[in-house]
Every structure is written in C-alpha cells, then in structure tokens.
Design a protein around this ligand. Sequence first.
Ligand SMILES: NC(=O)c1ccc[n+]([C@@H]2O[C@H](COP(=O)([O-])OP(=O)(O)OC[C@H]3O[C@@H](n4cnc5c(N)ncnc54)[C@H](OP(=O)(O)O)[C@@H]3O)[C@@H](O)[C@H]2O)c1
Length: 307
Amino acid sequence: MKASYFTKYGPPEVLEIRELPVPNPSSKEILVKVMASTVNSGDVRVRALNASGLMKFAMRLLVGWSRPKRPVLGVTFAGVVEKIGSEVTGFKPGDKVFGLTGFRFGCHATWLVAPENSMVVQMPEKTKFEDGVAVLFGGQTAVSFLHKMRLPEIKQAKVLILGATGSVGTAAIQLAKYYGAEVTAVCSTSGKSLSAGLGADHILCYDVEDFTKIKDRFDIILDAVGKYSQKQCKHLLKPNGKFKTVGGMEYASETRDQITLLAEMLEKNRLQPVIDKVYPLEEVREAHRYVETGRKKGNVVIRMAHG
Ligand SMILES: NC(=O)c1ccc[n+]([C@@H]2O[C@H](COP(=O)([O-])OP(=O)(O)OC[C@H]3O[C@@H](n4cnc5c(N)ncnc54)[C@H](OP(=O)(O)O)[C@@H]3O)[C@@H](O)[C@H]2O)c1
C-alpha cells in the first residue's frame, strides 16, 4: 500500500511516499480501504514538533521524544470495510465507515486497521467519502468543547465563536445552530460569506472591528483557533457564562457518540462539510504547506487512489 511516511521531525520535505505492506486485522479489528483523509493543524504540528515549553514536553512524550513513534500521520479516515477479524460483530465487509484514530495516527495511507470498538462508525450511505472525512477533526473537537460547556442544556444560548472559519470553527458554528443557539462568529473579512452560509446570525470581522467591544453578553465563548484568552473575553460573558480555548492544555476528549452525532447531522443535512482544497496522497507535502499557513477555510482533504 502507499503511505506518507516520515522518520524525523521537520519541514514538509521530511514526508515521503513509501510502499508498505497492507496490515492484517487482528480478531477484534477491521481492515479499511481508505478513500479519503485530511491534513489537519494537528498533523502539521506533530510533523514539525511545533510547540513550546510544557506543551513541547507533553508532545514529545505522546508522539515520540526524538523521532516520531508513528511514521504515518493522519487521524481521520473514510472508506470501506474490506475484511473483519474473527470476533468482530458490528461491521461487515462492504460497510461504508468513517472515523478517527487519535494518537494511533496512520490515516495517510491507502489501508488501515482499526479496533472495532474505536472511534469508527457507519457513514451515511449518501455521503461522499471526501465530505464525510471533512467533518471529523473539527466536528469532534467542536462537539467535545461545546458539550463540556453544556451547550445542549442551555435554551437559546448565545454563543460566540472566535476563529469561525477553520476546521473547528466551521463545525462549531453549525453545532451551535443545531442546538438552537444564537451565534456570533468572529472571522476575517475573507471568511464573512462562509460564516454567514454556515448559519452565523452575527458576524464580526477581526481585521475591521475589535470584537472585545461587542455590547452583547454570551453564555458560551469558544476560541476555536487557539489565539484568544479568557482575560480578553471575560467581560463578554454572562454571569454564569463559560469560556474555553482549543489552544491550551485541554484536549478534546474522544467518544464514539461524538462521531455518531456528526453522522446523524450529515444524514439530516444539518452539517455542511467545508472543504478548501483536495490533494492526492502523492501531494501530501503541498497539503502540509497549505495547512501550515494557518489560513485554510475549513478542511484540506487527501484523496486516495486505488490502482
Ligand atoms: N485542544 C484540542 O484538543 C485541539 C483539537 C483540535 C485542534 N486544536 C487546535 O485548534 C486550533 C484550530 O484548529 P483548526 O484545525 O480549526 O485550525 P485551522 O483550520 O488551521 O484554522 C485556520 C483558520 O483560522 C482563521 N484564523 C487565523 N487567525 C485568526 C484569528 N486571529 N482570529 C480569527 N480567526 C483566525 C483563519 O482565517 P483567516 O485567515 O481568514 O483569519 C483560518 O480560516 C489549532 O491550533 C489546533 O492545534 C486543539
């Protein structure tokens, strides 16, 4: 099989396309023919070991101290079950599935194995692989952070999404709308029409206006780009309001229910996949370069070819 492989941290040039053996599923695993994946801010960060201070220490412990423990990056996949282990009961060959591999990575390859009880679920039949895969990274992160702030329990919540046009931000707008919130999105002028199209009720362009001067008060503020602080936003919160940022030490905890929710939203046409660019696996370096700019709108998809 083909895979994007790296043996040392560094610029996109450390990635090379290698031929590797197709993995064999153990008794509790499924073998997936991967049709699409994404390059996320997380992949780029790990490839470059881009973090500082305590975060860098934690990152080295997780992904490999001096060289990567997992030479194939990629945490999202959409594809078709090819083969199942002898004890697998929840999937069968031919099932359309999508999911996340977390710190196991391994999705930038044409085949992967995943434990049956891991973050993998059936993908809606009508959803295209590239669309399905594009909602996973940002969607799972947004669900995790917004649920931790108890959004589903707040009636007609007022929600402020800072950094509304990235992978996490575009999903966060749609999730907040799904739960009936009134959403204010902060993005640049170039992201205004995207935010509006995703359902944001009010939009503030950070390159034109200072969002900290907003008169409104919010139940929930999510910094979906990791560039803002609670201190900056404290006065914008209602008395019981909550602030969280994706940029700190807090991780988006993963549960299977989160992807099941994303699948349901796709099924009901309540979640619009936002795809900025699609690259073939062979152009994975280009994809990393683009994601590394920090300016992508939504998601960057990797398309797998099966000869
Ligand atoms: N803690 C966790 O568990 C967790 C999980 C996932 C992701 N993350 C972190 O979350 C962050 C966001 O991830 P992502 O994949 O969504 O990022 P991304 O897609 O790469 O974000 C890019 C977007 O951010 C916008 N942006 C850049 N600077 C901005 C600013 N100052 N204000 C508002 N918007 C701005 C850009 O729009 P413009 O160019 O138009 O400004 C662009 O659309 C990353 O730092 C990632 O590491 C954390």
